[in-house]
Design a binder for this molecule. Structure first.
Ligand SMILES: *Cc1c(COP(=O)(O)O)cnc(C)c1O
Length: 421
């Protein structure tokens, strides 16, 4: 459920009419709903009621400071995967003890920054990383709190590019090697073992892979404790899917996911961490765009928008589906045209949808891509020298530009012409 509804025939974000935002800032732009963000964060938080827990929002899904602050003020922790994300979390006021650092390629510089600035835990993904972290911590005279990300070798049954929990994926250490690596970690003076981490993929629409992974984590918890390790935290990753198509079979609810965690791992006496990204922000954001042209091809009709693959990469990168809706509500029963919906970028891959039934649209009509809040703005680029897409946050009847569209001058001034030219 979200807060993007038609009111008097016009699509609104909460109490703000989308055309009012478009008139102020121009298109394309992303718009997020505070009420939806809040609701989705709370669904996770409440799903773990009764267990000590921390919901660490995986900010790679959408990392605007205003979004981070909105969630941080609700008590969210953050899951970060780079020094830049760590800096964003701190800038949004998230205390270090609520920041978890994930990722397969943390550099020593990133480790140092997090240790100095404060960190809840590093989720370590390899033995070389463990050794590097130990050295960095010792050079600072401290101990780095860690969980080790284990790869449970379960099939998340999701898109290949976002599955992470099979043995062929680059993530984590094989669960079969876990006891050896925990023993290695325990012997390092700059390392403090706190728990176990697992994250099997993204856009999971079925709880069965989670059950399989959590059961393996439960067994490993018992084994590691028997080996003498203190396991006080279990980080269970993110990955719960969202419905990208209205009316399709719905993915599991956070409550069902929470109940599964309680059922499988609730008796371990561990603090539970989860790292949802997509489900917190995915349906809390729209990408709004204008029609530039409607053009008739030989055997099809094209709708050419002012948004392109550089603004929303998911269709080009993952063949992802986004519902596209006119901002002016279609009259019931109106004739629909099967449009190929495309952007202006000079690549055939710049196609958002093929044969998508939409009412006849004309230049300057507004359309909205639904479920665009996650992995939308964060993946945007300036390809074709198209200005980085701006972001808007709505809260009730107010809206604010939370990232402005750069001017051409700002874009050009980032380049430098060397003295020899
Ligand atoms: C991407 C990622 C997440 C979030 O995944 P979602 O599918 O957005 O919930 C959580 N943890 C880690 C380690 C990730 O890489």
């Amino acid at each position: 459920m979200d807060h993007f509804l038609y009111r008097d025939g016009i699509l609104h974000a909460e109490d703000v009419a989308i055309p009012d935002i478009a008139a102020t800032i121009g298109t394309p732009f992303y718009v997020y709903s505070t009420a939806t963000l809040t609701r989705h964060f709370r669904l996770f938080d409440e799903a773990l009621d009764g267990l000590p827990h921390l919901v660490c929002y995986a900010m790679k899904a959408a990392s605007n400071l205003a979004i981070l602050k909105t969630l941080g003020d609700l008590g969210a922790g953050m899951d970060v995967v780079s020094g830049g994300e760590y800096a964003r979390a701190k800038a949004a006021g998230i205390p270090g003890d609520r920041i978890v650092f994930s990722g397969v390629g943390k550099t020593r510089i990133e480790m140092r920054e997090a240790l100095v600035g404060g960190i809840r835990q590093f989720n370590v993904e390899s033995e070389p990383e463990l050794q590097a972290l130990n050295e960095v911590a010792l050079s600072l005279g401290t101990k780095a709190p860690i969980a080790i990300r284990v790869n449970p070798d379960v099939d998340a049954r999701t898109h290949a590019k976002i599955a992470t929990g099979k043995s062929e994926n680059k993530f984590g250490i094989p669960i079969s090697r876990a006891r050896a690596v925990y023993a290695e970690a325990a012997a390092l003076p700059g390392i403090r073992v706190m728990g176990i981490d697992v994250h099997i993929g993204s856009q999971l629409t079925d709880l069965a892979p989670y059950r399989a992974a959590f059961e393996k984590v439960g067994e490993l918890t018992d084994q590691l404790r028997a080996d003498g390790h203190e396991i006080s935290r279990l980080d269970l990753g993110g990955g719960l899917g969202i419905p990208y198509t209205q009316g399709n079979a719905a993915p599991p609810l956070p409550l069902e996911y929470g109940n599964l965690i309680k059922e499988v791992l609730g008796d371990k006496g561990c603090e539970i961490e989860i790292e949802p990204g997509r489900l917190v922000v995915g349906n809390a954001g729209l990408l709004v765009s204008s029609v530039i042209y409607a053009k008739s091809g030989e055997d099809r009709d094209f709708l050419i928008l002012d948004a392109a693959m550089n603004d929303l990469l998911r269709p080009a990168m993952y063949d992802a589906h986004h519902d596209i809706v006119p901002v002016v509500e279609p009259v019931p029963g109106v004739d629909r045209i099967a449009y190929d919906v495309v952007g202006p970028v000079c690549e055939s891959g710049d196609t958002f949808a093929r044969g998508r039934p939409l009412p006849r649209l004309s230049p300057e009509d507004l359309v909205a891509f639904r479920s665009a809040g996650a992995y939308g703005a964060v993946m945007a680029s300036e390809y074709n020298s198209r200005p980085l897409v701006p972001e808007i946050l709505v809260n009730g009847d107010q809206f604010a530009v939370i990232r402005a569209r750069p001017s051409f001058d700002e874009m050009l001034n980032r380049d430098t012409i060397p003295s020899w030219l």
